[in-house]
Ligand binder design. Sequence first.
Ligand code: 5GP
Length: 335
Amino acid sequence: MLLYYKDVTPDDVAIVSPMDLGGLRSDEYLAVNPQGKMPALACRDEDELVPESDTIARFLGGKFDSGGAFAPPAGSTLALKADRLARHHDIYLAPIQGCLYKASPAGQAYGAFPTRAAALDEFQAQLQLIERYADAGGPYLCGPEPSQADCALFPTLIFAADMLPKFGREFTVGPITKKWFEMLKTSDPIGRRIYEEVHGALEGWAAKGRWDTIHGAGLRDAEATLFDKIVSGDIPSEKVYEDDLCLAFKDVAPCAPVHILLIPKHRNDLSQLRKAQPEHVGVLGHLMAKAGAVAEAAGLDDYRVVVNDGEGAGQTVFHLHVHIIGGRELSWPPG
Ligand code: 5GP
């Protein structure tokens, strides 16, 4: 976006896909950016390698002085606001943006968040803060000229506006942010160009069914389960433990003196164990980690922890749950 505002030609700065260098993990790309992430800038004149968009943008903003100021005057309030917003983007939005499109993250792909739902909650909360940090005077985020704040946030917000509804979420931002977003999208020529590029690419991906395999977007079993209704309180239960991620309650038809069911509060497509995806690792670990404490609180010394997976194994409720059974002699093998 900065390159477009500055009217920089491909002779000055060539945009090359990492795929042309063999991909993000190729030796050639890693020589440019050892983090294996996009974007990175290789400078001819300075013989320098520059990773990270904010650094690249600051450098190019200073190097190409046509096309208006990129940063408000140093030391001004607007400069402070532009800095703050660009940082807000890089620190609080960009690291969890993967929750908007990644199908099968490895490990903790959403920063510190164990589930996509939790990361989406945080992402949406962080979008609201743009409103607090923007300059109300407009029309750009930090005054009369486009700045690094617009260039950092606009493409991300196009992404958010397109992707949040795929996960059943609304793209909601404050009134100043909304006015700015619509202005760039519809009447600023560079904004429109960026919108068409990003939105167009996402539409192309959607047409190829790219989101259909992503849990929470294309892949859903949206019908409320019996246990969803227990979580919402529509069906009463005798709760024995509850936290942000899980709920434990007494089984209505106990097969032992103590029979507790421990379930994830947000099923997140986890109707049964075989549906587990990398994004479920956090909640599955949490259930296992809590089972012992729930059993101990129920006065159990020795107990059995069971997950029935599939009708043939006795599963009747298709919302993953852990049985905690004890209070009598338990034979082995089970029937
Ligand atoms: P599954 O057979 O799917 O492994 O386990 C489902 C468990 O849910 C069964 O042990 C069954 O007794 C229990 N269950 C079914 N309906 C209800 C209900 O409405 N309330 C409670 N507390 N447990 C239920």
